[in-house]
Design a protein around this ligand. Structure first.
Ligand SMILES: [Zn+2]
Length: 237
């Protein structure tokens, strides 16, 4: 199945790049800046103890896709509250580099030279080959003894990727997005695809270098709706 999934992702990106060329609309060049949403400057990370790791553009090996859900406040209100929560957890700043709102606005998050932070343990390429016991819709499971060791190493190895997260209205229950008025906001998905395409080009990566969080760590993130969109399956609402 894997080659098929990659080809579907590639076609999505091709569509995004075509739209980008037609509209001349760079998403990276039109982010909602941190000053605009109230995220503050990126010079000094806060939170104690801040478990942060630096990364450079050369370290970027893949782009990871996420979502987080919350009450349907204004997007900027939710970003600020998430940033505060993530700082409390020792992430230093909001966990994600780019955040996609339902509005289609894409927000500048964590600075790209700060490695992503997560409450999950990211498996190394070697772990992915040897420790995964099952995969269901991309969701990996590992053996219980490895899981308990991995938990001790959280926040784990997160250096080497850029994170794109959907700021979904609604909440996630058992991996499904519920209380959400519409699963797909077309403008948000289209702009997200363009953003990911631009990031791949900028970092010399390929469509196979797009990863869902659930493919790398034991988590339901991103939710099933976003995962199926990413991997090209038809969604029914
Ligand atoms: Zn995630």
């Amino acid at each position: 199945m894997k080659p098929l999934l990659i080809s579907i992702t590639a076609s999505l990106l091709l569509t995004a790049l075509t739209l980008w060329a037609q509209e001349g609309g760079s998403v990276l060049g039109n982010l909602v800046g941190r000053d605009e949403w109230g995220g503050g400057d990126t010079g000094g990370e806060q939170g104690k103890p801040a478990q942060t790791t630096e990364q450079t553009a050369k370290d970027i090996r893949f782009i990871s896709i996420h979502n987080f859900a919350g009450p349907k406040d204004k997007e900027t209100t939710r970003l600020k509250s998430n940033q505060a929560g993530h700082r409390e957890r020792g992430f230093g700043d909001i966990a994600y580099h780019f955040i996609v709102g339902d509005s289609g606005r894409i927000y500048e998050g964590r600075r790209p030279t700060l490695a992503p932070a997560s409450n999950t343990y990211y498996l190394s390429p070697a772990d992915l080959k040897t420790k995964v016991t099952s995969i269901d819709e991309g969701k990996i499971s590992v053996a219980p003894d490895f899981r308990s060791k991995a938990r001790e190493r959280i926040p784990g190895h997160t250096k080497g990727h850029l994170t794109v997260s959907f700021l979904c209205g609604g909440r996630v229950q058992n991996g499904e997005l519920v209380d959400h008025p519409e699963l797909f906001q077309p403008q948000a998905m289209q702009r997200a695809a363009t953003l990911v395409a631009e990031l791949l080009v900028r970092h010399g990566l390929e469509p196979k270098d797009i990863r869902a969080h659930r493919e790398l760590a034991e988590t339901n993130c991103p939710n099933d709706a976003i995962y199926r969109w990413l991997r090209g399956e038809t969604m029914t609402q």
